[in-house]
Design a protein around this ligand. Sequence first.
Ligand SMILES: Nc1ncnc2c1ncn2[C@@H]1O[C@H](COP(=O)(O)OP(=O)(O)OP(=O)(O)O)[C@@H](O)[C@H]1O
Length: 266
Amino acid sequence: MTKRPETYTRTLPAKTEFALTTHDLSVFYGDKEAVHGVDLQFERYKIISLIGASGSGKSTYLRSLNRMNDTIASSKVTGQIMYRGVDINTSAVDVYTVREHIGMVFQRPNPFSKSIRDNITFALQRRGFKDRQQLDEIVETTLKQASLWNQVKDDLNKSALALSGGQQQRLCIARALALQPDILLMDEPASALDPISTANIENTMQELKQQYTIIIVTHNMQQAARISDYTAFFNMGSMIEFDETRRIFTRPKCQLTENYVSGHFG
Ligand SMILES: Nc1ncnc2c1ncn2[C@@H]1O[C@H](COP(=O)(O)OP(=O)(O)OP(=O)(O)O)[C@@H](O)[C@H]1O
C-alpha cells in the first residue's frame, strides 16, 4: 500500500470503533427540512446502502457527510458528524481535510479533461507533492484498486475522456483513492452505466471494502441486496430503519420498509 505523502497529510486523531457516526443530523434548504435528525453508525470496512424513494433525502444526507452541502448557499446542516472522535460538522474543521479523508464518487462519471495519469495526480500535485516515482506508484496502485490498470497501463497519457463511461467511473474511483481516504461516499455510482460496467463497479467495491468503508446511495434494490452489509431506509427525510441488509430485505421491522422493499410503496 502506498504511503500517504507526508507533504499533504494533516493529522486527525486515530481511528475510532466506527468509521463515522451521525447524531441528530438534519439538513435544511432555506426553511425546508430535507433530512430530519438522523442517527447512524457506520461500521468500518463495510458497505452500507442508503435506499428510499426519490426525494427521501438520501443524497442530501450522503453529501452532508463530507460537507459537500457547504457549497450550497441555502443549505444548513445541524447535528454532529463524528469522525475519529472529532465533530467535523463545524467551521473549525477544514473542509478540504475532511474531503481528503472522506472521498466522493458522483452519479455521472466526471473525469477532468486531462490525461488518465493527470486525473489521478492532479490533486496531489496541487498539494505540492512532486516526487515523480511516488506519483507513478500512486497512479498504478489506485488504478489497480479500481480494476482499471490492465486496461489503461499503456495509455496513461491519453485523454480520460476517450474512456468508456464505465472506465471513466472507475477512473473517478481511482482519483478519489489517490488521496487515500478512509471512507468513500458513492451517489448512485452505477446508475449511468450498462449492466457489465455496473457489475465491474460492484466487483471493485467488494475489493475496496477490505481497506475502505463505503456508503452508497442506490435506487437499485438488487444492487443494495447484492453488495451491502448494512442498509438504511429513508422516507420523507427521516431514516426509518437501519439493519443488516439481509434483514432489511427479508424481515424488516417497519411496515414502511416492508412496503418499500417489496415494491408496494405509496
Ligand atoms: N440544492 C437543493 N436546493 C433545494 N432543495 C433541494 C436541493 N437538493 C435537494 N433538495 C430537496 O431535498 C429533498 C431531498 O432531496 P434528495 O436529492 O436528497 O433526495 P434523494 O432521496 O436523494 O432523491 P433522489 O433519489 O431522487 O436523488 C427533496 O425535496 C429535494 O427537492
